[in-house]
Design a protein around this ligand. Structure first.
Ligand code: ASP
Length: 334
């Protein structure tokens, strides 16, 4: 039997799943005994190696940690059938998106999971989420996914939408990849582009990316600040299908100024669902001709991480535009 077990590496990075009540609130620990016991039980079905690479609440996970996680996965994949990553839920969607870009031509399963309650608590969802993640690896679902609450979501389509419910994540503008039933995983979603070559680690990125969510009356001078601070990329969450105000406080002129100064401006909607289209209204069209890039139906998490990744690869605006017009991991419907 031993030979048929899938070899799975579990990379632990912290998060609620590995947390315990400390003096200052919930704090992660590197090897909680309850997590190790759960893995021992799963070890009846999988050949599991446990490696703690970080011990952080995911609010502390940033570019450097994404690179460490991506490199750890890249180095492990030749010898494992798949990788499960335990991670805090708060920024899991960002990490999952970034890994989707950094690990090009990924034909094996990389599945992130975590929980809303620590694994040591009686009502915890940790064990069931872990079991779902391992089932996804066992199925061999290629690419980066998030396994949570019996659902498997494409990493670059995931958004954390609930703070307390166990059903914390949704797949936005794309069906779930799969769902866990009593008889195993039912795959329902479409596949992302097929790998076109060997697995490649593309882990350079640019941290000088800003996300700006507009409110009615946003002061246009905020764009001067962004220029002064040398941001190279800005994701702009505009209103509805695609609009921003130009009367009294002219945001459109400021967007133009950013683009003329060589900043890559990606525009998307504040609405969670469906695509943006800045060509519909005058309040959107005004910036279309300035050279902004439309994020269409990408999640904000995917747009931000894709921009960081694109600017890590190139200084050329044309190339950034080309990258955004490419569907790398199922993040955009073209
Ligand atoms: N604050 C925690 C984290 O993101 C929340 C969680 O894991 O559910 O690390």
């Amino acid at each position: 039997m031993e030979t048929t077990k899938k070899r799975v590496l579990l990379l632990a990075t912290g998060g609620t799943i590995a947390s315990r009540q400390g003096e200052e609130g919930l704090e992660p620990e590197p090897a909680p005994p309850e997590l190790l016991t759960a893995l021992e039980e799963l070890g009846h079905y999988y050949k599991i190696t446990y490696r703690s690479i970080l011990n952080l609440d995911s609010s502390n996970i940033q570019a450097e940690e994404w690179q460490l996680i991506a490199r750890s996965v890249y180095e492990a994949l030749p010898v494992y059938d798949g990788v499960v990553i335990t991670h805090g839920t708060d920024t899991m969607a960002y990490t999952a998106s970034m890994l989707s870009f950094m690990l090009q031509n990924l034909s094996k399963s990389v599945v992130l999971t975590g929980s809303q309650l620590p694994i040591g608590l009686p009502l915890s969802d940790a064990r069931s989420n872990l079991a779902t993640a391992f089932a996804a690896v066992n199925y061999g679902l290629p690419g980066v996914s998030i396994a949570f609450h019996h659902k498997i979501i494409r990493g670059c389509r995931a958004v954390k939408v609930r703070t307390m419910s166990f059903d914390a994540f949704e797949s936005v503008n794309s069906p779930d990849r799969g769902e866990l039933f009593a008889d195993g995983i039912h795959v329902i979603g479409k596949h992302a582009p097929e790998p076109k070559g060997p697995l490649t680690l593309c882990d350079r990125l640019c941290n000088d990316v800003f996300l700006l969510k507009l409110i009615p009356g946003t002061n246009p001078r905020i764009f001067d600040m962004l220029l002064e601070m040398n941001y190279r990329g800005v994701v702009l969450e505009a209103f509805g299908a695609g609009g921003l105000h130009f009367i009294r406080r002219d945001l459109a002129a400021q967007v133009k100024r950013l683009v003329e100064n060589g900043v890559a401006v990606v525009v998307c909607s504040q609405c969670l669902y469906e695509k943006s289209d800045f060509s519909i209204y005058e309040v959107g069209r005004k910036i279309l001709s300035t050279g902004v890039i439309e994020a269409r139906d990408m999640t904000t998490e995917a747009a931000v991480t894709k921009l960081m990744w694109a600017l890590g690869r190139t200084d050329s605006m044309d190339e950034v535009r080309r990258i955004f017009a490419t569907n790398y991991a199922g993040e955009i419907t073209l």
